[in-house]
Design a protein around this ligand. Structure first.
Ligand SMILES: Cc1cc2nc3c(=O)[nH]c(=O)nc-3n(C[C@H](O)[C@H](O)[C@H](O)COP(=O)(O)O)c2cc1C
Length: 302
């Protein structure tokens, strides 16, 4: 068995396989299907300072090899999370991490400050890349200055591992990555969903209530992979790769492209046990190729 341990900032992962925010609930929803302690960590559902109802229905649609969503960060707010969800998830034997979003910098800061007090949450992932909310969200992540500003403000109040989730809906994602690295991000994760849309031709109406939404799933993988590859070459901090991963081979591709860890999102809806299969698959791959540690293959392709 190869060594699958990975460190990201102060965060220690038993293996590089994580589940992506918004696709794995709070973890417990999947406990009947798999042993949660087998994966490196879980990013819980997007959390905001105040409760959010999300967008009107319909807010999901299937696409060839993927899906469009416009959930719009529906959640009950950070205080509800702290009082009613955290007590139930804090003893899950893997890294439980919060994905936080906001409409203003003050929102992000207030949310991060509260999460910082939670002993069993070792990292926060700042979502500056949600395409499905009217205010804030992706707006912060599509401009170097605003991305830097939000990270700078959160860094002052958040003392554990700070991961910043980047939007692919930009001209050059490496510029945004460099901007957040300069303000103290411990890692970047990419990609969030790609802006997309669908029209029902019989009704001559958009399929999603919001008209546009976020595309995810296997169809986005080649785009995500090149963004991870270019970003890993541009920054010194670890890059967490995601977008369309559906099996161990996809995961190994991202790691070879330079990702220190990976996340699995949409594919959890198709196979709720995919993340454990990916851990096993990476292990077998490393053994088969004579590597003793996953670290040996990060960015290691010719
Ligand atoms: C239904 C749904 C909800 C999502 N909610 C969030 C969220 O709350 N916060 C976030 O940062 N990303 C969210 N995402 C984006 C995913 O975490 C991930 O970045 C994206 O789907 C690409 O990975 P995938 O192709 O493996 O799904 C969501 C995606 C889906 C499909």
């Amino acid at each position: 068995m190869a060594n699958l341990n990975i460190n990201i900032g102060k965060l220690h992962l038993k293996n590089p396989v994580l589940t992506a925010s918004g696709t794995f609930g709070y973890g417990l929803e999947y406990a009947d299907f798999m042993d949660l302690s087998k994966i490196g960590g879980i990013f819980v559902k997007g959390t905001t300072l105040n409760p959010r109802e999300g967008n009107d229905y319909p807010r999901m649609a299937e696409t060839p090899s993927g899906m469009l969503n416009a959930v719009g960060l529906q959640n009950k707010g950070v205080d509800y999370f702290i009082n009613y969800i955290y007590p139930d998830i804090k003893d899950i034997e893997t890294n439980m991490m919060v994905n936080a979003s906001g409409s203003t910098i003050e929102d992000y800061v207030a949310c991060a400050e509260k999460i910082n007090t939670l002993e069993k949450i070792p990292a926060i992932e700042l979502n500056i890349s949600c395409p499905n909310v009217k205010q804030g969200g992706m707006a912060f992540g599509t401009n170097c200055n605003s991305a830097a500003e939000v990270v700078k403000a959160v860094r002052k109040v958040y003392h554990k591992t700070l991961i910043v989730k980047l939007s692919p809906n930009v001209t050059d994602i490496t510029e945004i990555a460099k901007a957040v690295e300069a303000e103290g991000a411990d890692a970047v994760s990419l990609i969030n969903t790609l802006l997309g849309m669908a029209i029902d031709v019989e009704k001559r109406k958009p399929v999603l209530s919001t008209i546009t939404g976020g595309l995810s799933g296997p169809s986005v993988k080649p785009i995500a992979l090149q963004m991870v590859y270019r970003t890993a070459k541009s920054v010194q901090i670890p890059v967490i790769g995601l977008g369309g991963i559906s099996n161990w081979k996809d995961a190994v591709e991202f790691i070879l492209a330079g990702a220190t860890a990976i996340q699995i999102g949409t594919y959890n809806f198709i196979d709720p046990t995919v993340s454990v299969k990916v851990v096993d698959g990476i292990n077998e791959y490393l053994d088969r190729h004579g590597f003793t540690s996953v670290q040996e293959i990060i960015g290691n392709f010719v």
